[in-house]
Design a protein around this ligand. Sequence first.
Ligand code: HH2
Length: 273
Amino acid sequence: MLPLRERFPAPAVMGVVNVTPDSFSDGGAFLDPKAAIAHGLELAAEGADVLDVGGESTRPGSDPVPLEVELERVLPVIEGLVRETDVPVSIDTVKAEVADRAIRAGAALVNDVTALRHDPAMAEVVAAAGVPVCLMHMLGEPKTMQDDPRYDDVVAEVSAFLEERVALATQRGIAADQICIDPGIGFGKTADHNLALLRHLDRIAAIGPPVLLGASRKSFLGALTGQPLEGRDIATVAVNLAAVRRGAWMLRVHAVRATRDALAVAAAIEAAP
Ligand code: HH2
């Protein structure tokens, strides 16, 4: 398999396809598989390099979803997208069984917000399938992660965690060039923690694997701009342009078109004589 960086040259864009009743930004909008598939196809047409399908919300305070419910939500959407577009589909799950079934249905990447910690079988599923994996940092569990998160040095601690998870993933048989890392914006972090991670994203990038970033519409952007969820796409673009300059590789976003346009302009400026 091509190394991730060659398969998806930076800056790449991952479009969010949530199939949940309670996702923080678009919960319920695409719970019907047909609507979710149509939304994914729209994001593909707008220039997404990957479509990230998730059936369990990880928003602060959310409860876990039973296995059967998650499978019922994501499998028809993955099958539909695989049938109707060549854009690779990623499965956003912490459950090995969901990842396995999703891969059998055609998913080409696994996005595990617990970095292989939640389910002891996840590493084996990913290694056996030979698919790429995203390892994300989260402090605590979604249910409680925003209850007063604390770090002595957030950038150093997140970096150390990601280094440890990358080492574990490779030990468990996942190819090093199929791993990407993610500092986990908003996952057990205050607005200041998020800003420190963004300011020093070059240090996360220096770990080695390509860096995925999911800042889209998150609440620290609401705190900075006063905007409700629907009004945070401009702030999201601003974050992502800053992140790309500091070494981000792939951007996980709801608004694919706006991100693509901004990246095209930024790239044109960098390429000017
Ligand atoms: N953020 C969310 C979900 N999955 N995966 C990665 N790798 N990085 C992220 O930052 C990330 C993620 C949360 O956003 P969203 O999917 O919009 O909401 P929800 O978790 O409520 O489904």
